[in-house]
Write a protein that binds this ligand. Structure first.
Ligand code: URA
Ligand code: CA
Length: 432
């Protein structure tokens, strides 16, 4: 290990054998944390080539269980978002893409901090469960087109251990380690094709556009290197996506979107990501052709019907689709105004995510309990005009202990301009 650290410290390129040795030893504990910390710092300063990054990713993916999805017919696609605020896309995309015949086998996680998790959101549907044996998961994808289970600790344990170490050694924010971390879990999850939604802007992990493109390219290179069709879409997270932030509220928003009545930005991003999911799996030749297929499915009600069947297959009550009152409801709704007029220039997404978390919609620590009913519904987004006493948002509240703090932080998250403003771009580019 000393020699390998030395080599990387001096800018050398590590080979497959060396990388496998490091990851095996670190996972089984024979390589101590202090040596792995030095290695992470050497990578931070010296970087890694595309080949090294791909080998690191594979070694981490193979450090635990590799899902075998070969029993699922067809080219399986997975979609991953680098994490946003109010990002309701997965809920829409699962049924939407499945409804045109592309199998979606999804492993998801729970939310932490200012970003929500897909599992928490879906659990707002009464009865909905994510625990099932792998055979049932495979069977459900074959039968209903999509299924979702929780990511277990046995997926890429090397990454779990390394991420914790990076967290305390100031080595999180470096492209080869971020890219390999995300992709190791995707590759272990067994999908043939991967579409990445790389967020950029205030509410995103990557705040700069250059950094987001670089991360997308690194992940697409990894995917290509290990034989998975991978496409990266760079999308804006300068403000929350859609209007709803919070678990049951986002389920409602997803249903609206599947009905063709969702927020414009959310609907558009779902159609773009969905189109590339069809292209990546060769279900469509071009993004335009794919877009037409998805639009048809939305208009015919097929996508919504697929959502009903998916909910039922996971033990949930499909009647929520037609009667949203069956979703958990917060005790009180509190409108928030700004007290002055103007045009919305910006909405600090991360701050809005934190406000939703403080209301109980997200977790402050891994142990926090989530209140599925609470959250925020925005009424004004960037580019909108707002009158002095017009509500910019409605808080859905149960526990009022931090209500005052949330109101003032949400007000501060809104940046008003005296001049008319424009909404920020939603899609910045595609990396293939
Ligand atoms: N998300 C991950 O899973 N890994 C990283 O390194 C960063 C974000
Ligand atoms: Ca949303």
């Amino acid at each position: 290990m000393y020699d390998i650290i030395h080599k990387k410290r001096d800018g050398g390129q590590l080979n497959k054998q060396e990388i496998t040795y490091v990851i095996k030893g670190f996972t089984d504990g024979t390589i101590p944390d202090y040596q792995m910390s030095a290695m992470a710092m050497a990578i931070y300063f010296q970087g890694m080539t595309a080949e090294e990054t791909a080998e690191l990713t594979l070694a981490m993916a193979q450090s635990g269980d590799m899902m075998d999805l070969s029993a699922i017919k067809g080219n399986k696609v997975d979609k991953h978002s680098t994490g946003g605020v109010g990002d309701t896309t997965t809920l829409v995309l699962l049924p939407l893409v499945a409804s045109v015949g592309v199998p979606v086998a999804k492993l998801s996680g729970r939310g932490l901090g200012h970003t929500g998790g897909t599992i928490d959101k879906l659990e707002a549907i009464p009865g909905f469960g994510i625990d099932m044996p792998e055979e049932q998961f495979v069977k459900n994808v074959n039968e209903y087109g999509c299924a979702l289970i929780g990511q277990t600790g046995s997926v890429a344990p090397a990454d779990k251990k390394l991420y914790a170490l990076r967290d305390v050694t100031a080595t999180v924010d470096t492209i080869p380690l971020i890219a390999s971390s995300i992709m190791s879990k995707k590759i272990a999850s067994g999908a043939d094709s991967i579409v990445l939604d790389v967020k950029t802007g205030d509410g995103a992990f990557m705040k700069t556009l250059d950094g987001s493109f670089e991360l997308a390219k690194a992940m697409v290179d990894i995917g290509t290197n290990v034989g998975r069709n991978t496409i990266g879409v760079i999308s804006g997270m300068e403000q929350p996506l859609g209007y709803a932030i919070g678990n049951a509220l986002e389920v409602q928003e997803a249903i609206d979107t599947l009905r063709g009545q969702g927020p414009e930005d959310l609907a558009e991003l779902c159609l773009v990501l969905g189109s590339y999911m069809l292209v990546a799996t060769n279900h469509a030749q071009t993004a335009e052709e794919a877009l037409q297929m998805l639009t048809d499915s939305l208009q015919s009600g097929k996508a919504l019907e697929t959502f009903r069947r998916f909910i039922e297959a996971q033990g949930g009550n499909p009647a929520v689709v037609d009667d949203p009152a069956l979703l958990p409801q917060a005790g009180r709704q509190v409108p928030v105004t700004l007290g002055r007029a103007g045009y919305v220039a910006e909405i600090h997404a991360e701050e809005v995510g934190t406000c939703a978390m403080l209301l109980g919609a997200g977790r402050e620590t891994k142990e926090s309990e989530v209140d599925l009913a609470v959250g925020i519904v925005l009424h004004k987004k960037a580019g909108d005009a707002v009158a002095a006493n017009e509500p910019i948002a409605t808080l859905h509240v149960n526990d009022e202990s931090r209500l005052r703090e949330v109101i003032s932080r949400l007000q501060a998250a809104y940046v008003l301009s005296d001049e008319p403003t424009a909404a920020p771009p939603l899609i910045y580019g595609v990396v293939t």
